[in-house]
Design a protein. Sequence first.
Length: 340
Amino acid sequence: MTSPNPPPSLERLGWSEFFATQVDPSEADLLPRRVVSVHRARIEVIDIAGLGRLELPANTSTADFAVGDWVLADPLTGIFVRSLERRTVFQRRAEGGHGQQLAASNVDTLFIVTSCNADFKLERLERYLIMANQAGTNPAIVLTKADTIEDAGIFEQQAKALQRDLPVIVLNARSADAVSQLMPWCGVGKTVALVGSSGVGKSTLVNTLAGPASDTMQKTGSIREHDAKGRHTTTARSLHAISGGGWVIDTPGTRTLYVSDVTGAIDMLFAEITDLAPLCRFRDCTHAHEPGCAVQSAVASGTLAADRLERWRNLLAENRERTPVASGPRGNKIVRKNKY
């Protein structure tokens, strides 16, 4: 995190009418603060006076906070009073867990970072796009290491085809030009977040956006060239000031990203299939073998790729399997996996 100089206004920190309307007149004396990092035993925040630490009451869990949150604190003691409603929130369900893990909140644009090498995988990019759709934020794909290959256009075309009107930015993360390429999504009061595998250049991009004056440069690491796998150099989520205005959240590399309770987000990603489904002869068409299936006709005509349809099937199946459903008598709910 960089310490802005002069101290920023609330608006420069990302404060907006959405948050202001949540503050009751009786809370007018409380101090709005934004979470910049979450650790096992502490929360660091920023406000109009600069960086500080949020004092937590007893039995308060740091797992309930996300980087980017807005909270209200007592101006005299600095003790946390309550959190404000999130405008957008990224969370994911861990393998074998029943709860959601908070990743980041109040993000305007999610930069999904991948590189023009073996790391580029359509299946993984689709999962990140589902994550962005579910969070209610705007996704954009950032293709790094474009300077290491002759033609990045092949990767760019494949990425653009993943979702309608999806921005794709091709750049060299270490180049000063990277800042100008990403600035249309940044700016004063705006917050962006970076997600992607280890070794694709997320931390390098954060350092480039923060500028040389940043006092908390992120560590960067090398990758294995034969499979493009990198070491985890970012171990915690954190909020950093962008030199030209705005904020960027860096996140640790994610090895596995599961889908759960995201039916609407999947429909948004595969809009071409969603739009075709009502044209099928049967309302309950599975798009597998039924006569008069508009989706299968699109595959036969070449307007819909067969592997795209197969990935849609796999994601829907995983979503059904991993989405918990509540059951039990008289509201005594237990969580079990949906087997339908």
